[in-house]
Design a protein around this ligand. Structure first.
Ligand SMILES: [Zn+2]
Length: 309
């Protein structure tokens, strides 16, 4: 899980002061979204709304009991809208929360202090799912024949995917914005805690053989800017592995304010082909679950393998 900040929306959003803030709403915590990040379309159609209390209630409860803290969470809008672009089918949440809110949340996400907040970050479940993902990568991967084979997990969290890739002989790299990556993932490779675009700049073009992003793409302010930067860093014939919630899956739990963009098959294909990739496979047959009470991966996510042209 990754929550990269810093990729500003490329002139694609218009900042407006929102009038729907609750008490204490002095800070501007979110911006209305008016344009599609993928195709630039501005005729966005509202497809759904969601009640922010489902997602932020635990956090609000915590800070209501600790009023001495000065935090932006109280000003979060009570309702979010899902807008869909009729041109490319990308879905996006509006208003979109600003960095100061989401980064503060993720700083505290693993602290366990939000009573009742889902904190089931169980690596055993992740490892089962990621083992399947690794088998998909192996199915499509063509070794370059000489030199080390390099695997990068963008949004590497605790490094489980890196661990598995290392077991397959890859030299592993990781990037994330959370503390967790520094504590755990460094066991499996070189890990840097920073913004993804800044991270990509560290490497020469074509450096990586495989780049993975699991539960990461939906968190970017501009998926287009990320893919444009990432594409340069994969060698020709190398693989991109993506797992991200499927908007068409209609899974309520993924329609949250912290998921800025949700794809479906059509928008994903457009997204990849526009940026120099060909889709190898939309994978199915993953019956794994991230948590015991969760729905199956197949019923929730797009799992995509693409090849750099
Ligand atoms: Zn669009």
């Amino acid at each position: 899980m990754d929550v990269l900040k810093g990729v500003m929306p490329l002139l694609l959003t218009v900042s407006t002061a929102l009038s729907c803030f609750a008490s204490g709403g002095v800070e501007k915590v979110a911006q209305e979204v008016t344009r599609c990040d993928l195709c630039g379309g501005n005729q966005l159609v509202e497809k759904a709304t969601h009640d922010a209390s489902l997602e932020w209630g635990y956090v609000w409860d915590y800070y209501a009991a600790h009023p001495e803290n000065d935090v932006p969470f109280a000003a979060i809008p009570r309702k979010f809208h899902w807008l869909c672009c009729p041109n490319c089918q990308l879905a996006m949440v509006s208003p979109r929360l600003n960095d100061n809110v989401v980064m503060r949340f993720y700083d505290e996400y693993f602290s366990g202090k939000y009573k009742g907040f889902v904190h089931d970050y169980d690596s055993n479940f992740r490892e089962g799912i990621f083992s399947y993902y690794m088998s998909l990568i192996e199915k499509h991967y063509t070794k370059k024949g000489k030199g080390e084979e390099r695997f990068l997990d963008v949004g590497c969290a605790d490094g489980v995917f890196m661990k598995l890739a290392k077991g397959k002989g890859f030299v592993c790299y990781g990037n994330d914005v959370t503390d967790l990556s520094q504590k755990e993932a460094t066991r499996y490779g070189e890990v840097v805690r920073c913004d993804a675009i800044d991270y990509f700049h560290r490497f020469e073009d074509g450096f990586f053989d495989v780049i993975a992003m699991v539960d990461t793409l939906e968190h970017f302010r501009s998926p287009s800017a990320i893919l444009e930067a990432l594409e340069k860093k994969i060698r020709s014939g190398g693989l991109l592995f993506l797992e991200t919630p499927d908007f068409d899956a209609n899974f309520e739990g993924d329609r949250m304010s912290r998921h800025f963009h949700l794809f479906n098959k059509a928008s994903m294909k457009y997204f990849l082909e526009k940026n120099g990739f060909t889709v190898e496979e939309f994978a199915k047959d993953c019956s794994g679950r991230y948590n015991p009470g969760d729905v199956k991966v197949d019923d929730r996510f797009l799992v995509v393998i693409a090849r750099k042209k």
